[in-house]
Write a protein that binds this ligand. Sequence first.
Ligand code: NAP
Length: 285
Amino acid sequence: MTATIISGKQVSEDIRGRIAGEVKGLAAKGVVPGLAVVLVGEDPASQVYVRNKEKACHDLGFYSEVHRLPAETSQAQLLALVDELNRKEAIDGILVQLPLPGHIDEKAVINAIAVGKDVDGFHPVNVGNLVIGDDSLLPCTPAGVIELIKRAGISLSGKHAVVIGRSNIVGKPVSLLLQRENATVTMCHSRTENMAEIARQADVLVVAIGRANFIDASYVKPGAVVIDVGMNRLENGKLAGDVDFDSVKEVCGPITPVPGGVGPMTITMLMQNTLIAAKRHHGLS
Ligand code: NAP
């Protein structure tokens, strides 16, 4: 086995330690970063995510508000809450937990969040700024992927990165961020032909498809960096990535495990975005 494990848990703890230190410094200036999380309905996975976000805020010294709304909340009611949070001085970041119930137009809600408080990085203005390379709040999971790669000491400049998956929340922004780091990027998706052949050309392979253990060793060049974004709940209740870890670890170089890889980075990047938003809000950056 040539693989080394990139621990998202460890990297996440390091970054959180730095954030907690910065929060203490801000507190001395009378500034406390504030995050509002809005949850509509009772989706069990969303409830867990929201609790984890609440805990992270508490651990790092952020002010937090969680608004738990019933599933039958109307779009108008939700938009009114977003509007209130946009104007609330103590709130620097707003996160509306997705998915929303079917009767609510997610795009309308995301578009209503103030651009400077859009700590999920999903507002079209933040997405547009990412595309043109301007300053923006970056989507959390993609930002976490890049941070993990960099902190593992891996240089992306000039490398061939292959991203499998082209969703708006993972694949597309990851590919843009990899380009920003001067990687040469190829994107694959469900219609890609000869995907294993393309993937085997990757120095860095990022997988975000939502299919448990789909990518085996036949997709991986010996020594390649493998980043597994997948989080798939198996019938036995265990969490599996999109990468068949046991097979791939025999050929790859550094690899992220599931759990303990990209997963922990997402909330950490959310906290980082909220800190950035708070500093901008108070003219401190
Ligand atoms: P998604 O919106 O369902 O998108 C999946 C993408 O994968 C699509 O672009 C799809 O192609 C492509 N795809 C599906 N099957 C494929 C196949 N057999 N071969 C090649 N491409 C294929 O999923 P997502 O939201 O990006 O999430 C992907 C995975 O990441 C999921 O397991 C999710 O749970 C996980 N995730 C983890 C975190 C985290 O915090 N760690 C955050 C977000 C997501 P088409 O576009 O052609 O349909």
